[in-house]
Design a protein around this ligand. Structure first.
Ligand code: NAI
Length: 213
């Protein structure tokens, strides 16, 4: 409940804290001041204190942060301690690329099924998973404790298939189709858009160019 008022900017930064803390653990560092963490992460120390205070602080005056316990706290906040089963809708280029990527599993995100409405693709092997027909989706969700549904299909089909997921009890939608999905109360949607990311890169490059002129 206390996460309700957390800004989306903070939510976006939490995985970054988690990644940096994981790297610190790998190099044997046990504690870190907010100043040193800020240098490493290229954000201000007050930003770090402000962000982490929203979850109750975790730091100690004069001591800094205990790296391992902060890592564990953020892991809990992000819900990474548990296994999350994911289905991918669309066994095209993107759906296959996602299914092939092994690092999701290391973070507790398991792609357990991939579905397509093209009968020619049903039965294909994708990273050890057999592509299934979308007609098998409701039963599969029921039997496999699916929490997250990935939309990797054309945008014209995205809303319809997201609704099928929601109607079958999946309330986390990871949407790659180029349309913002709003699925109503109780359903969370993360829209991912690499094209928009490229546009931001292009904008930043234009700003850099301006600075030099
Ligand atoms: P693709 O054409 O290779 O694959 C799409 C697959 O979806 C096909 O196999 C097709 O049979 C299947 N499909 C269509 N309607 C379906 C339905 N109702 N149920 C199940 N399967 C269905 O396309 P690609 O390159 O894999 O892209 C997929 C989607 O992801 C597109 O909307 C594309 O614009 C988007 N995309 C988004 C990116 C991002 O950064 N957000 C990056 C790359 C692609």
């Amino acid at each position: 409940m206390k996460h309700k008022k957390i800004s989306s900017a903070v939510i976006h930064r939490l995985p970054k804290y988690y990644r940096h803390l994981g790297e610190l653990i790998d190099t044997g560092i046990q504690r870190i001041s907010s100043r040193d963490l800020s240098i490493r992460m290229r954000v201000t120390a007050s930003q770090i204190r402000h962000d982490l205070n929203q979850f109750g602080g975790f730091g100690q005056q004069g001591y800094g942060y205990n790296v391992k316990s902060l890592y564990k706290e953020i892991e809990n906040i992000l819900g990474l301690g548990n296994k999350h089963n994911i289905v991918v809708i669309g066994a095209g280029n993107l759906g296959r690329a996602l299914a092939h990527y092994q690092d999701f599993k290391a973070r507790g995100f398991h792609i357990v099924g991939i579905f397509d409405n093209n009968p020619d693709l049903v039965g294909d092997d994708v990273s050890g998973l057999k592509v299934m027909s979308v007609s098998d989706l409701p039963a599969f969700i029921k039997d496999n404790d699916v929490e997250i549904g990935t939309i990797a299909i054309p945008k014209s089909e995205a809303k319809k298939m997201a609704q099928v997921l929601v109607d079958n009890g999946v309330n986390q939608i990871w949407n790659f189709a180029h349309t913002d999905l709003h699925m109503g109360d109780g359903v969370v949607v993360e829209n991912v858009n690499l094209t928009e990311s490229l546009m931001r890169l292009s904008f930043m490059a234009a700003l850099e160019l301006e600075k030099k002129q």
